[in-house]
Write a protein that binds this ligand. Structure first.
Ligand code: G6P
Length: 605
């Protein structure tokens, strides 16, 4: 959420920074801006439009510089206006960009106002710029170190000063920040992706670190102000991950990458064993007598799906909680409960806070299913399974979800094995199904032309209902979320048996009702629910397994799923729902990859 790029070099840094901003734009796109230092003067350009517009402004004004910082914003404090766009200045001396939220900004603002500072934005960020200016006595590092101890909340910052044209200082606490090491040039970014193609030598800063960056060196200090050594890692983020190739949108690209992403997530899988989750997994998993899953958004729906697998296959009780709720409610801690966090980014503030809360309550056994190996979530959990979805750029999550489900299925099998509930024959059969899964997903993707035909009809509606039962109820929730996120159609999901307790009142001939109809034990019940909809004139759009005998007739539109995939069926059934949302949004002309008001990685509360 929000993106930072900074550079100090012996060349004009504008192209590197704009390229970095474009790569981070999916993180937040309410506004963007760049500040440059040229001949001791700070200049900036800001826009409430997209980075492409900023690029034009910068070029029209012939801005350039060897030192600069840039930002793309997801608004928290203050509307998305130019005045609130980063970088923020303190006088003509200090320029700063910030990700995160400063919780004590109001009190700092009053203090700084009393000292004569004049504020030109409503942001929490501007207080940091003035605070650094107040402490500035000719040494930017010292000023930043003095300022950060006054800040409460989460931040990653990059700061430059007109008086020191070959120096940039960064600091992190609760929001990610990396240093990119170049040849006689160095960089800062909130994600290594921003620097792909520029440098692959990356230092991941740790909580409380402050970094002092020059042309030829960089010095890191820990939270106590002591020099700290941090490993330089070779990070191979391929610059091409942020290119569209033959696709119109990243979401479409990512939907079609799912067979590959699932295959990569299963890479090297020979059999079920605890060490899939880390060398020390066995005692942690063996100790667990129940599971608590914590997550947000799409990852939460992956958790809801996993509950069915864990309870039916591994026979272990599971609770799934929305992280932002769990962290603030009085819950009954349970020492032997395994805490499982699910997160694409591994940086979602609410999920991290919920994990820490669970730990404070005495629940030490933790495992994360995460797509970013270097993330805070992976660092903070005892065990991890890294999904290999690759970088996901579309704000609406797709391949991250199906790879999470794949990993969660492996977790269910592993716990089942430890609890003596997985025979070698069952294990072999599930492994066979998992190996065939990428091909099964590819077969579902081939349904796209039929789904495009439905999307035209959906685009004319303002509401839609999604129905599922059992393990496909969370898939209905995910389908509804996808549709509302990117097409702005109001969509709700219900377990089909619950229809008669309220939502049936909404059903008229104008209401499209998407129904997930796998051939499972609940099929006959589901068919009755479908009749309840038809009797009120509702239009059913059914994704039916080929062996369900549900056929198209008046008011019932059917797309046949290629094969019934048993326990793994949710992974297949979510795919047409992703495509339906995508194509409906396309017809409605919305910004598919950057839906209004949303952001990819929500690192603020
Ligand atoms: C945001 C994203 C969602 C994502 C959720 C949780 O809302 O737009 O796609 O599901 O955050 O993110 P995480 O990175 O923790 O999975």
């Amino acid at each position: 959420m929000c993106g930072i790029v900074g550079a100090v070099a012996k060349r004009n840094v504008v192209p590197v920074m704009l390229e970095g901003l474009k790569r981070l734009e999916y993180r937040g796109y309410d506004s963007c801006g760049i500040a440059l230092c040229a001949e001791g003067q700070l200049e900036r350009s800001r826009s409430t439009s997209r980075v492409a517009e900023l690029e034009k402004q910068v070029s029209n004004r012939h801005l350039s510089g060897f030192l600069g910082i840039a930002h793309t914003r997801w608004a928290t404090h203050g509307a998305p206006t130019t005045d609130n766009a980063h970088p923020h200045f303190s006088g003509k001396r200090i320029a700063l960009v910030h990700n995160g939220i400063i919780e004590n900004h109001a009190e700092l603002r009053e203090e700084l106002k009393a000292q004569g500072y004049v504020f030109s934005s409503q942001t929490d960020t501007e207080v940091i710029a003035h605070l650094i200016d107040r402490f500035y006595r000719g040494d930017l590092l010292k000023a930043v170190q003095a300022a950060v101890v006054r800040l409460r909340g989460a931040f990653a910052i990059a700061v430059i000063c007109g008086n020191e044209p070959q120096r940039m200082v960064g600091a992190r606490q609760g929001s990610p920040l990396v240093v990119g090491i170049g040849e006689h040039e160095n960089f800062l970014a909130s994600d290594a992706l921003a620097l792909a193609g520029t440098t692959n030598r990356i230092v991941y800063l740790e909580e409380g670190d402050v970094v002092d960056i020059h042309l030829n060196d960089c010095h890191i200090y820990d939270a106590g102000g002591k020099p700290a050594l941090r490993e330089v890692r070779m990070v191979s983020v391929y610059a091409g991950v942020s290119e569209l190739g033959p696709y119109r949108h990243f979401m479409q690209k990512e939907i079609f990458e799912q067979p590959r992403a699932i295959a990569d997530t299963l890479q090297g899988l020979e059999g079920i064993a605890p060490d899939l989750f880390g060398a020390d997994a066995l005692p942690v998993l063996r100790k667990a007598d129940s599971v608590l899953i914590l997550a947000c958004g799409t990852s939460y729906y992956a958790g809801l799906t996993a509950k069915y697998w864990l309870e039916s296959v591994a026979r272990i009780p599971v609770e799934v909680e929305i992280a932002s709720e769990y962290r603030y409610r009085d819950s009954v801690p349970h020492e032997n409960r395994l805490v499982v966090t699910i997160s694409q980014s591994g940086e979602t503030a609410d999920t991290l806070a919920a994990l820490r809360h669970a730990r404070e309550l005495g629940m030490d056994g933790s495992l994360t299913i995460c797509n970013v190996a270097t993330s805070a979530m992976v660092r903070e959990c005892a065990l991890a399974y890294i999904t290999r979805a690759g970088v996901e750029i579309g704000v609406a999550s797709t391949k991250a979800f199906t790879t999470q489900l794949t990993a969660l299925f492996l977790l269910s099998l592993t716990i089942a094995q430890i609890r003596g509930r997985l025979t070698p024959e069952q294990e072999a059969e599930y492994i066979r199904m998992l190996r065939h899964l990428p091909a099964a997903v590819s077969a579902v993707l081939a349904l796209e032309p039929q789904i495009i035909a439905w999307a035209e009809e959906f685009s004319r509606h303002n509401d839609a209902l999604f129905l599922g039962r059992g393990i496909h109820y969370p898939i209905a929730l995910e389908g509804a979320l996808k549709l509302k996120e990117i097409s702005y159609i109001h969509a709700e999901a219900y377990p089909a048996g619950e229809l008669k307790h309220g939502p049936l009142a909404l059903v008229t001939e104008k209401m499209p009702v998407v129904t997930i109809a796998p051939n499972d034990d609940l099929l006959e019940k589901l068919k009755s629910n479908m009749q309840e909809v038809r009797a009120r004139g509702g239009q059913l759009y059914v994704f039916a397994d080929s062996d369900t005998k549900i056929v198209s007739e008046e008011g019932i539109h059917v797309i046949r799923m290629p094969e019934n995939y048993g326990l793994l069926s949710p992974i297949l059934h979510v795919i047409p729902l992703q495509l339906l949302a995508y194509h409906t949004a396309l017809v409605r002309g919305t910004d598919v990859d950057k839906p209004r008001n949303l952001a990819k990685s929500v690192t603020v509360e």
